[in-house]
Design a protein. Sequence first.
Length: 444
Amino acid sequence: MSVDPAQLDRDHLWHPFTPQRDWCGEEPLVIERAEGSQLIASDGRRYLDGASSLWCNVHGHRHPGIDRAVIEQLGRVAHSTMLGLSHPGAAELAARLVDLAPPGLSRVFYSDSGSTATEIALKMAFQYQQQRDGQEARRTSFVHLRDAYHGDTIGSVSVGGIDLFQATYRPLLFQTHAAEPGDAADLERVLAAHREEIAAVIVEPLVQGAAGMLVHPPGYLRAVRKLCDRFGVLLICDEVATGFGRTGTMFACEQEQVAPDFLCLAKGLTGGYMPLAATLATERVYEGFLGAPEEQRTFFHGHTYTGNPLACAAALASLDAFERERTMLRLQPKIRLLTELLDEIEAMPEVAEVRGRGFMVGIDLGEHDATLRLGDRVTLEARKRGAIIRPLGNVIVLMPPLSISKGDLRRLVEITGESIAAAHDAAYAPAAAIATPAPLPRAA
Ligand SMILES: *Cc1c(COP(=O)(O)O)cnc(C)c1O
């Protein structure tokens, strides 16, 4: 039977965050294979993976060490359960994550996506406060930042701040308090106004990714930590996007010497190989859940594929690669190169601002009529030139694998610059130039 995946896709698939009517009117790009920083389409064409396959690839595709670790694990067991049983990979990975994470985070609770990692932190923080003595049980609410993104499940959407993702579901969402990103005085006002109601503050440390790579001013995260301590509130750091080297350090928290009460990890955890997430918590939080079973202090939460052995094997191999390949050391000159290359992009008349930290970059094209779909046009132009990138509205995101070569990094930024210019020209071309030409007379 010959199957055309593109046709099957149009007939049966439903894509995430995708206006399906337009999708079905276009020819989908079908990725069949990948190698290092390149994705290979079904027609054999190669593309630079400029978005790390949605912000998660770290050491490149088909990494020999990670491939081997997953294959070896297949020879043992693909899946068992963490409910009532344990396995070596989950235990070893937990120990290594605790070792790497900011001090004080000593317990690892697994799940399978960034959304569940944050959802779990919210539920843990809430239950922890409920199980404390006296007044603290009144702490039932959360503070988040405006334009925040913490995932797509109802709990994680409730603490999100992006209207487009929230508006439809508003009646389903729980009540929260929003603070202005990067403004410690505003957070202080919110915490002071709701002194005894707040269970936890949730933030994306240093860079709010989905907001369009919004960068917080230096010192902000440290100020957030201090305020949480002053008001007796737990701090949840969502490092789903910033974790595993993205911002130039293993975790963004390190840059401000901040240790949160919860650390949420997902995207880069397995090097971008498999769905695995972890919510790290402090021993103080963990101890709040201890007691005789009949006291019902247990955390009643767990996903079927939690701590999947294949995913844990990939994550362990990814951490090995960080050590063996000295990934963080070798990243530093590439960050400097990227910063230099982006100076030229920022100087382009079509570009309003370039923001970001490390290998987490947003190129803001400024305000444009939404019907021009400028960001999408840039993506299509980049595709013609051999790179896969994905915009957030009119912000072009560059998030290459940490392992990308300097040559490929140069090429990626070059393609991005050319694509921005070409998309801008096409979008603002005088009407005459884009009008459909008169039909040619039919050849006799
Ligand atoms: C992507 C992301 C999430 C959600 O992760 P999923 O795996 O897509 O559920 C949560 N928080 C942040 C900061 C993210 O970038």
